[in-house]
Write a protein that binds this ligand. Sequence first.
Ligand code: FES
Ligand SMILES: [Fe+2]
Length: 409
Amino acid sequence: MKTIPIHDVSRLQGSAYHHAPAHPDDTLVGVGKGTQAGEYLRRYWHPIGVAAEVTSRPQMVRLLGEDLVLFRDKAGRPGLLYPRCMHRGTSLYFGRVEEEGIRCCYHGWLFSVEGHCLNQPCEPDGGQHRDTARQPWYPVEERYGLVFAYMGPPEKKPVLPRYDILEDLEEGEFIEVNGSGFAGFADDVKDPHVPYHWLQNWENIVDPYHVHVLHATFSGIQFAEGFKILPKVDFEPVESGVIYHAYREFEDGRSMDRINSALLPNISAIPDIDLAPGRGSWVGWHVAVDDTHFRGFFAARTRKPGRFAPFKMHNGKSWLELSEQERQDFPGDFEAQGGQGAITLHSEEHLATSDRGIGLLRRMMKKQIATVAEGGDPLGVHFHEEQALVKIRSGNFYTDPAPHETTTA
Ligand code: FES
Ligand SMILES: [Fe+2]
C-alpha cells in the first residue's frame, strides 16, 4: 500500500470530511416570543412601517416572528392588532377601517386601535358584553415619519427614544425616511424583507475593515475612493453600544477620524459614505422580521429629497439591475452578509483581531439578554420622557488643512 511521506502529513489535515457540524449561537439569534434574545428585543421600540404608508388599507406586517395587521383608523390613529379576529378567527386583513377602528368582515365586530371591541352588530344591543372583549393589540407611536411598535410586557413599556441627529431641525431641513429593507446597499429591493438574520446586517456596522475590502478594493469603489486606505481603528464601548474610530491619512495631508455608532438593540448611525465632512445625518434600525429576515428602516435629516435614491453598485447599475455574474464579480453587502447564510453558523467562525467590534457588541448584547432573563432592564431602556434623548456619535471629522468641498477623498 502506498503511504504518504511524512513531509506531506499536512495533506491529511483540514479535510472537509472531518469538519464538525456547525450551529448558530442560540443565545444571540432568537427573535420569537419566549426565546432569550426575543424577550430582550421585545423590551425596545422597533419601527414597523413608514408612517405615510400606514393608511386605512390594512396591511400584514411581520415583526419579531409575529404576524400582525397594521392600519390607520379614519381618525388618523395607527393600530397594530393580532390579525385573527377574537370572535371566530377571520383575518382582520379583510376588515374595513372606519373612524373608530377596524371592522371584521365576517360578523362585523369593530375594534379600536387598542383592541377594544366597540360594536358587535349581530348581538343583542350591539353586544351587551362587548366591553369585556379585547382583540390582542400592541402599542404604536409615530416619530420621524416612522411608526414604532412596542411588543414587550406592557408594564415595562419604555419611552420612545429621540435621537439628537434627528432633532432640532434647522430652517429648510426635513427628515426623509426609507423602509425598503436595505437602503443604499442593495436598494431597489421591492420586498423589504431581506432574507437573512438581522444580526448579520447589524454587526456589519462595527466592521470597518470590510469597508476597505468589500467596498473599495475587491469590488471596485462602491462608496468613496478614500476607503481604499486601510484605516487604523479603535473600538470603544459607549453607554449602550459600540463606536469605532477609523483613522485615515490622505495623500494631500489631511487626516480623518470617521466615527460610527451601533446602539442597542439594533440601531446604527453610519456617517456619510461619500466621506463628506461633518456630523452623520442618519439613523438606521436593523429590524428582526423573523428568524431569517430583517428589514432596514432609515431616517435622515436633509435639505433636499433623494437621500435614498437608488444606489449605483457597479457600472452605473443599481443592485436589481446587476446580473448574477456581476453580483459574483462585484459583490456588495447583500452578497457578503447573505452569503453567511440565512442564519450564520457562529460555532465555526474564527474571529480575529479585526473583529474586536463584533466581539464587544456580542458581549454587550449577551449581558443585556442575561439581564432581561433575570428580570432586569436592559441598557438603553428608559421610562421617563426626560431620559428619552439619545446622543449619537457619528461623522467624518477631518483635521486641517480644511477638507475640499469635493465629497471624495
Ligand atoms: S370572525 Fe370576526 S366578527 Fe366573527
Ligand atoms: Fe458594508
